[in-house]
Ligand binder design. Structure first.
Ligand code: PXP
Length: 249
């Protein structure tokens, strides 16, 4: 039987900053959200500093690094600018994601297989600085093998296609995506990679992913921040945590 690992919840606070920036105001403050998330039992905080700074700002990262008591998972594109920022802060974890200016959110996984050499050189100094490097990829054996070859200790599987298929009622596709994610999470684990997952997860879609025994961390943001409007951030997070725990039992 496959060993089941404890499952961490990383709360992504990007969209607190999205709301703040919509008015160019000082509120709502992503740092305050991060502190509430800690109190609600988040095991880590995730924030994506995008090239265009559309949500999280450099000052947010400074404040998170100064204040958080749980680990920061710093999401970033593989650019020199972001590498320099990560090396200055040395967050607990760095997640390398693809980034396109015109996209509304991180649309697909990173094309590791096509850029193996560059990415291997890119992540080496981050790992040397003590950051746990993860690579955000589609559930595709080519990408998983390439992530393994470049020496990344962790992969995060993109759950967006599974969640979109569910939301749009394409249930056969959803089930096929889920099966792909299940197999690829086992495959990545068999290579010795630590497996994380995230993107688009909701109360309706989290349980089947949380039930994969190899998955050690889920990163969830947009849905939780939206749900916070209706029930408050702490209850929204606590409910997600409960569903994750139920799936794990
Ligand atoms: N994981 C990664 C690598 C991401 O890029 C994102 C979105 O920023 C998430 C998880 C969280 O996705 P969502 O906000 O849809 O829950």
């Amino acid at each position: 039987m496959t060993e089941t690992f404890p499952l961490r919840l990383g709360v992504n606070i990007d969209h607190v900053a999205t709301v703040r920036n919509a008015r160019g105001s000082q509120y709502p403050d992503p740092l305050r959200a991060a502190k509430l998330a800690e109190e609600a039992g988040a095991d880590g905080i995730t924030a994506h500093l995008r090239e265009d700074r559309r949500h999280i700002s450099d000052a947010d990262i400074d404040a998170l690094m100064d204040t958080l008591t749980v680990p920061l998972n710093f999401e970033m594109a593989a650019t020199d600018e972001m590498q320099a920022i990560a090396l200055r802060h040395k967050p607990h974890a760095v997640c390398i994601v693809p980034e396109k200016r015109e996209e509304r959110t991180t649309e697909g996984g990173l094309e590791v297989a096509r850029e193996e050499n560059r990415l291997a050189h890119f992540i080496a100094p981050l790992a040397d600085a003590g950051c746990r490097v993860s690579i955000f990829i589609a559930a595709d054996p080519r990408q998983i093998e390439a992530a393994h070859r470049i020496g990344a200790p962790v992969i995060e599987l993109h759950t967006g296609a599974y969640c979109d298929a569910h939301a749009e009622g394409r249930f056969e596709e959803r089930d096929a995506e889920l099966e792909r994610l299940r197999q690829m999470s086992a495959f990545a684990h068999s290579l010795g990679l630590e497996v994380h997952a995230g993107h688009g997860l909701t109360y309706d879609t989290v349980k089947p992913i949380a039930a994969f025994p190899e998955v050690r961390e889920l990163n969830i943001g947009h849905f939780l921040i939206g749900e916070a409007i209706f029930q408050g951030l702490e209850p929204a997070i606590r409910k997600m945590r409960k569903l994750m725990d139920e799936a794990r039992e």
